[in-house]
Design a protein around this ligand. Structure first.
Ligand code: GTP
Ligand code: MG
Length: 271
């Protein structure tokens, strides 16, 4: 990337604005450089370098997704083999699109550069895990947190403390090493772990938010509120039924392998 000072980044005007803004930034920079006598080949080389860097970044984050996905799949397979049951119902992954990455970079990064994007945007790689029971959500988080090559950078427990709109989910940012031919990249991956009820609610809320933007009619906001309450109640009831099916034995506390330095995600349920 260029060593020029980063352009000042103002707020953007929504989807599509990112691309338009980028075009005008590039045009402004190009105009300034042409005025200074920089030749077209130099500009083309800079552009090529930026595009190569961006493609490499996407490849590293995709590899990060695959590393964590494999860990989740192994836990699922092991459980199915031993217990004939899996605490994991679904796993979905996504790499943030280039358009929304650029949009977020323009909104949130202090400069438009690949190092700033890597440092400041932690949800380029995303994995969503859906479970039947709340206890399984915490269990999966702890199994992953205990793996020595995963570093937990951030935990947001919206189950213990739901958002004001009723959103519940456990969010972790974990950093995973991606081993390349010449070096190792440490890639952050956003994990959202939630029950089926939480996922159902979040998916409907997302669609409504998308449709109405900030102007959700009061009666729909009320319905959503009630649905969030019912989803929480459903999770509690299912939790009781789960204990009927497979009573949880006494737990001997959490034996944290790294001396308790990681986040406290609560005790690990036994299956
Ligand atoms: P970004 O919104 O991605 O910039 O992240 P943040 O720093 O606000 O983090 P947070 O952990 O609160 O949210 C990350 C992601 O969780 C979002 O991108 C959504 O996928 C999901 N999420 C958070 N809050 C809500 C919500 O109120 N409703 C729904 N449907 N999803 C949410
Ligand atoms: Mg996000």
């Amino acid at each position: 990337m260029s060593s020029e000072p980063a352009p000042t980044l103002g707020p953007t005007g929504g989807p599509g604005a990112a691309a338009a803004r980028m075009r005008s930034l590039v045009a402004a920079r190009r105009g300034a450089q042409l005025a200074q006598g920089a030749d077209t080949e130099e500009l083309a080389a800079q552009l090529r370098e930026a595009l190569d860097g961006f493609a490499a970044l996407r490849m590293h984050y995709q590899a990060g997704i695959e590393e964590v996905r494999t860990k989740v799949d192994i836990l699922r397979q092991e459980f199915e083999q031993i217990h004939d049951y899996s605490p994991i119902e679904h796993v979905r992954t996504r790499l943030k699109s280039s358009e929304s990455l650029l949009d977020k970079a323009l909104r949130t990064c202090d400069e438009l550069s690949l190092p700033a994007i890597r440092r400041q945007i932690l949800d380029i790689a995303g994995i969503r895990i859906t479970c039947s029971f709340v206890s399984d959500v915490y269990w999966i988080a702890q199994m992953l947190e205990r793996q020595p090559d995963l570093e937990v950078l951030q935990v947001k427990d919206y189950i213990a403390r739901p958002k004001a709109n009723g959103y519940r989910s456990l969010h972790l940012i974990v950093q995973v090493p991606v081993f390349l031919s010449t070096h190792t990249e440490h890639v952050p991956v956003e994990l959202q772990i939630r029950t089926i009820a939480m996922d159902f609610w979040a998916s409907v809320e997302h669609k409504l938010k998308y449709k109405y933007d900030a102007d959700l009619p009061a009666h729909l906001a009320g319905e959503l509120d009630e649905a969030a309450r019912l989803a929480t109640e459903l999770d509690e009831r299912m939790g009781h039924l789960r204990e009927e099916i497979r009573p949880m034995p006494e737990r001997a506390g959490d034996a944290h392998p790294r001396g308790g330095s990681g986040p406290d995600l609560g005790p690990v349920p036994e299956h």
